[in-house]
Design a protein around this ligand. Structure first.
Ligand code: ADP
Ligand code: TYD
Length: 202
């Protein structure tokens, strides 16, 4: 049966690298996979990227609400999350509502952000959230090497966001299936561990 698997982590934690590796491994095993991400490539996601790069500015609560709206569109759109799951595709998604809880709660009230995401949590709850854990100093080094910066990519902020993720895991441990992976090792070793865990739920 198709599964909904989300990758989470602070910026530069290796999500893209690991999603691509898992995609390759599942495809080799003839498992149909759909890869996707948030913010999406749709109109709301594109607007979010303008706010994230600082090209345009708005209120931080408006950004939180737009992330939630982009997510609802992502869930329900043609070729979106539910559509792909119903076609039998396993969906691998780079970030989902735990990112909103961890990032937007730096500036906004967490209960309010959770309320904004309640529908998403009911309509499309991931079978597994894979959290790639890397200390902020290390992930920031990787991001600097990559040469792009976005408004949330500052060291102290990333340290706060990583802590927020761990507080959330404690708060949501009975509701969400969360796998914490040591993301400081080599990409190949991490990919092997993730594949073994994913094969166990497929
Ligand atoms: P994210 O999607 O979480 O921002 P990426 O997969 O784009 O992370 O990785 C960020 C940078 O770190 C990239 O330059 C990538 O090549 C590098 N990287 C990814 N995984 C590892 C790893 N396990 N060890 C060292 N560098 C890594
Ligand atoms: P992304 O492009 O995945 O960043 P990276 O590859 O560096 O991890 O995500 C863009 C930024 O959007 C990232 O800083 C996290 C932020 N974000 C939120 O603040 N809230 C959200 O709900 C999501 C999905 C992303």
């Amino acid at each position: 049966m198709s599964k909904f698997i989300v990758f989470e982590g602070i910026d530069g934690s290796g999500k893209t690298t690991q999603i691509n590796a898992l995609h390759r491994a599942l495809t080799e095993r003839s498992i149909p996979v759909h890869i996707t991400r948030e913010p999406t490539g749709n109109s709301m996601g594109k607007q979010l990227r303008k706010y994230l790069t600082g090209e345009e500015k708005t209120d931080l609560k408006a950004i939180a609400a737009l992330f939630a709206a982009d997510r609802l569109d992502h869930i329900t759109a043609e070729d979106g999350i539910l559509d792909n799951l119903s076609k039998g595709n396993t969906v691998l998604c780079d970030r989902y509502y735990l990112s909103s809880f961890a990032y937007q709660s730096v500036d906004c009230d967490l209960d309010w952000i959770m309320a904004l995401n309640r529908e998403a949590m009911q309509m499309a709850r991931p079978d597994l959230h894979i959290f790639l854990d890397v200390p902020a100093e290390q992930s920031m080094q990787r991001v600097e090497n990559r040469g792009e910066t976005e408004i949330f990519e500052k060291l102290e902020r990333q340290q706060q966001i990583r802590k927020n993720f761990f507080d959330l895991f404690e708060q949501l441990k009975d509701k969400e299936s969360i796998l914490i992976i040591d993301g400081t090792r080599s990409p190949e070793i991490i990919a092997e561990e993730i594949l073994a865990k994913v094969e166990a739920i497929l």
